[in-house]
Design a protein around this ligand. Sequence first.
Ligand SMILES: CC(C)(COP(=O)(O)OP(=O)(O)OC[C@H]1O[C@@H](n2cnc3c(N)ncnc32)[C@H](O)[C@@H]1OP(=O)(O)O)[C@@H](O)C(=O)NCCC(=O)NCCS
Length: 172
Amino acid sequence: MKSDAAAHKATQRRSARISTARADTGGVTTRPARRGDLEEVIAIDAAVTGIVKRDYWRSIYRRYGDGAQAGRQFLVADLAGRVCGFIIGEVRDWEFGSPPCGWVFAIDVDPEARLSGVGTRLLAAICAGFRRAGVTRVRTMLARDNTLILSFFRSQGMMAAPFIPLEIALEP
Ligand SMILES: CC(C)(COP(=O)(O)OP(=O)(O)OC[C@H]1O[C@@H](n2cnc3c(N)ncnc32)[C@H](O)[C@@H]1OP(=O)(O)O)[C@@H](O)C(=O)NCCC(=O)NCCS
């Protein structure tokens, strides 16, 4: 078992990843999404999920893109003018009885651009935005069987939160 000091150091190392993007993402910058990025975002999402959801992404852009209300962020990773990933999140106030907190509810990196720090960079950028918005905690939710996204978020220092999601199927 790790000693307390070793565990503390490991947590510090993981937290450092969330505040500084890795060096090997050379050429990738993060910025707010623009309307002209939507087709590339739709294509990345379709490559990952197998479903083209054009109307959904237009509505996400209206809510989280340009000129969205404070606390909402829709960021893309830009590699030489090409979108290679995106992340979306917002500050939610007092939901589930919890003080204002940043929520990340979507992240996707183009399969061709993975494992070079783009996801880390996107998460660092949205966390910087959350910090500027005054929150000190970030949460997300993921499918239990999505081990890839779980490995990613764990690598960034995120751990199980003190909440349990519940659901029920509604009878027609
Ligand atoms: C998860 C995802 C965002 C990671 O993006 P990425 O740019 O490849 O991530 P990074 O290069 O910054 O990786 C950071 C760390 O995550 C972990 N990680 C990333 N991909 C991994 C993989 N395939 N297997 C295991 N760990 C992985 C590693 O710890 C990695 O650090 P390391 O390279 O030093 O080992 C990307 O794989 C993705 O978009 N997956 C699909 C996401 C999805 O299902 N979205 C829908 C729900 S929102």
